[in-house]
Ligand binder design. Structure first.
Ligand SMILES: Nc1ncnc2c1ncn2[C@@H]1O[C@H](COP(=O)(O)OP(=O)(O)OP(=O)(O)O)[C@@H](O)[C@H]1O
Length: 385
């Protein structure tokens, strides 16, 4: 026999996902300015931005815990205006965890399945909880009370409580920030995989731009309450819409070098003290479109190469520090009152000597790939396409 179909209204409620339009909010100052975005059922939108950008406030508005000054939220084809938090079917996990102190790990994870609206037959609820505790590697802690857990363990209990639910929207606010690096890496894949099986829109908020790129089907970047860019991880990585986005993405992020455009022998040149780069291809076309001479050049740390200090095309620089990371090294380079990061192979970094080459004069090359020009006044990317 075929599985029973969802009722038409339920099917509708899963088909439309989340639509937020023009969400604005001020406390003493403007915290969110006309944020509009859509998350489809089954899609994971990573929301990133620096601390204080407004991520939590936006999530609280979606959950019905905060009222927007303007704008609307639609979930599953239904306006959420006037719908209280408890009736929105939003599974949320906030950074503060909010675990029930008198309930065990298992009790906390079971709690949403025992609440009105989320109730499941006991055996099914137990199975689901076991599965999720296993996934999060905390099944052995099932009988502990929250008071006897570490911060990272509490965070995983809060995650378990979220993942057992089948809501209309998942909201995860910094869900793995307190886990060690190894577990963070493992769990972001596991959680993403599990969430992808549900036909439910998900928002995963994190200040870590690289985490956002790795978990999101799409990524929304907010800064100062404004939506700077929304797009695929590839869009955000290759074509940051502004210097503000570029600054948040990458490990280490793009070098942002303020300078000027000049003309030399008919070519267009980016100049900043000793650094003079003749622009070609898309960068030259982007430079032609600049409104003024002042621009910011974004250069990815792995787009900078080394050359002998006296090579004719090389930019002279001095090694300031050298941090080895096993497979690659991060060098900080002094370009004359300007520090830039260079990501290079361990072989290249090792060739600089046992002391990491600190204080040595070298030459740098900028091959043109991995570079973006931004308008000096607005910070918006200048396109060369
Ligand atoms: N209830 C409130 N009253 C006054 N100001 C608030 C309130 N809630 C948030 N804010 C302010 O709104 C701004 C955005 O805060 P929010 O917590 O949304 O940022 P965030 O991007 O989540 O930051 P983080 O990554 O540090 O959690 C901050 O300046 C914060 O101080």
């Amino acid at each position: 026999m075929n599985a029973p179909l969802a009722t038409p209204s339920l099917r509708m409620s899963h088909s439309a996902g989340l639509i937020a339009r023009g969400i604005s909010k001020s406390f003493q100052h403007k915290v969110l300015a006309e944020i509009g975005l859509e998350v489809k059922p089954g899609e994971l939108l990573a929301l990133t931005g620096p601390s204080g950008a407004g991520k939590t406030t936006f999530c609280r508005i979606l959950a019905g815990l905060e009222r927007p000054d303007a704008g609307s939220v639609e979930l599953g084809g239904r306006s959420m205006a006037g719908v209280p938090a408890g009736e929105r079917k939003v599974a949320l996990m906030f950074e503060s965890y909010a675990l029930y102190p008198h309930l065990t790990v298992r009790g906390n994870a079971l709690s949403p399945l025992q609440a009105p609206g989320g109730r499941l037959p006991a055996a099914e609820a137990e199975t689901r909880v076991d599965e999720v505790l296993e996934l999060l590697e905390i099944r052995h802690l099932h009988a502990r009370l929250p008071g006897a857990l570490s911060g990272g363990q509490k965070q995983r209990v809060a995650l378990a409580r979220l993942l057992v639910q089948s809501p209309a929207l998942y909201l995860l606010d910094e869900p793995i920030s307190h886990l060690d690096a190894k577990l963070r890496h493992k769990l972001r894949g596991e959680i993403r995989r599990r969430l992808a099986q549900e036909p439910v829109p998900t928002i995963w908020a994190t200040p870590d731009g690289m985490e956002a790129l790795s978990v999101g089907d799409r990524v929304a970047v907010i800064e100062n309450g404004r939506l700077e860019q929304i797009g695929t991880p590839e869009d955000i990585w290759l074509r940051p819409a502004s210097a503000r986005v570029a600054k948040l993405i990458g490990d280490p992020p793009m070098n942002l070098i303020d300078g000027e455009l000049t003309r030399e022998n008919g070519a267009i040149v980016f100049a900043r003290r000793a650094l003079k780069l003749t622009l070609t291809g898309p960068l030259a076309r982007a430079a032609e479109r600049a409104g003024g001479a002042a621009v910011t050049l974004g250069v990815r740390p792995d787009a900078i190469g080394f050359a002998p200090a006296d090579a004719p095309e090389a930019t002279p620089a001095e090694i300031y520090s050298n941090e080895p990371f096993g497979k690659h090294a991060i060098l900080t380079i002094d370009l004359g009152a300007l520090l830039a990061k260079v990501k290079t192979s361990m072989e290249s970094a090792g060739a600089l000597g046992a002391d990491g080459g600190i204080g040595r004069n070298i030459g740098l090359t900028f091959p043109g790939e991995g570079m973006v020009l931004f308008d000096g006044a607005t910070g918006r990317a200048l396109s060369g396409d």
